[in-house]
Design a protein around this ligand. Structure first.
Ligand SMILES: Cc1cc2nc3c(=O)[nH]c(=O)nc-3n(C[C@H](O)[C@H](O)[C@H](O)COP(=O)(O)O)c2cc1C
Length: 349
């Protein structure tokens, strides 16, 4: 007997559409995108992983000044990382010295911490009390789960394999984002250096349906109204779209990134060269040239911090060469108008 799905947690949000506009840390998720998505009846999501507590508060204040609709804040679950070997740092610096010279960047003074302090970010979220806290890269601890529950915050975890979905359900989340291999951006794989299970969305949905009782939010390669209909018909309770919203007027996507997205067929693949974790993006010079030099790529999150100056300078120069051009496998031109019009068209009829 298939397990009955209890979709009450999602219904409680009172969304007009079963749509999550994906959290997209690193620029695309602006307050304006979250406001427009939530005000239009979807769930807007703040990608706050790279933000410190003050920036998270400022973001949430901006959203609340313009809408009283529910929205999500999203973070990365941290993992105990082994200390970065100085020889690995030397290799990384040597392999990228030419790029830094090209971009007029100094040799980086590279030291820990490599990421924001999760506990401080989480404490901030407890104080803000968004309707939803969503997360990737693992499980939320039992203490954090309890604290979020007491604050009345709904929890959405991310799974790339049925075992991860099961572990999330057991940990007490309210819903699960199933991220297919098609998805743009970081793969939500729990293990930072684990193999990618490379399960496409349809298979992942089929493997989780009937086993997991919490609502399933399907993500990866969904671009059109008919993709949405097909995904809901395949058993998802809601869908999550990222790439489709990257070129909207409210997204904070940089100009060279927008130019690379502006092609009917985007050639994407997954890579660890930008952050040390697998993520899907459009092929570019940094991806091509660094892929044969994986011994000069540090683990996550060290590599993520190490490439930040390259990515920032590349955007400032208007060049896509060193940008992480996250995008999913979905084809077709991206909508360049307003988020609200895109949402209405995705659910027209
Ligand atoms: C630019 C970009 C940034 C992303 N950043 C995040 C993030 O910060 N947190 C997260 O949970 N997912 C992130 N994702 C993944 C999305 O949540 C979602 O899985 C993905 O966009 C779905 O596939 P699609 O891009 O084909 O629609 C990001 C995706 C993109 C395209």
């Amino acid at each position: 007997m298939p397990t009955e799905i209890d979709d009450e947690p999602l219904r409680k949000l009172g969304l007009k559409y079963p749509l999550v506009v994906a959290p997209m840390a690193g620029g695309p998720s602006t307050p304006e995108l979250v406001i427009a998505a939530s005000a239009a009846g979807a769930l807007g999501s703040a990608g706050a992983a790279y933000s410190n507590p003050a920036a998270i508060v400022e973001f949430a204040d901006k959203v609340r000044q313009r809408t009283d609709k529910p929205f999500a804040i999203n973070l990365f679950i941290p993992h105990a990382a082994p200390p970065v070997d100085p020889a690995a740092v030397e290799r990384a610096i040597a392999a990228t010295a030419g790029y830094r010279a090209e971009l007029d960047l100094p040799t980086p003074q590279f030291k820990a911490p490599f990421e924001e302090d999760f506990d401080s970010q989480f404490e901030t979220i407890l104080r803000i009390r968004p309707a939803v806290f969503s997360f990737v890269f693992g499980l939320l601890s039992a203490d954090h789960t309890k604290a979020a529950r007491e604050a009345g915050i709904l929890l959405i975890g991310t799974a790339t394999a049925p075992e991860e979905a099961q572990a999330l359900e057991d940990s007490g989340v309210d819903a699960i984002t199933l991220q297919g291999f098609e998805a743009g951006g970081h793969r939500g794989i729990f293990e930072p250096d684990g193999a990618d299970p490379e399960i496409f969305l349809r298979d992942l949905l089929a493997q989780c349906r009937g086993k997991v009782r919490v609502p399933l939010i399907a993500a990866g390669g969904i671009m059109t109204a008919s993709d949405i209909r097909a995904t809901l018909a395949a058993g998802a309770q809601a869908v999550q779209l990222g790439t489709a919203f990257l070129a909207t007027s409210e997204a904070g996507t940089s100009a060279p990134y927008r130019s690379e997205l502006d092609a009917p067929k985007r050639k994407t693949r997954t890579t660890r060269v930008f952050s040390g974790r697998f993520a899907r993006g459009i092929e570019n010079r940094f991806m091509e040239e660094m892929t044969p030099k994986m011994d000069a790529v540090m683990p996550f999150p060290a590599q993520n911090k190490f490439t930040r100056d390259l990515r920032g300078a590349s955007a400032a120069k208007g060049s896509p060469d060193f940008l992480s051009l996250w995008a999913g496998t979905g084809e077709g031109e991206l909508w360049q108008g307003s988020t609200s019009e895109l949402i209405r068209s995705l659910f027209a009829g």
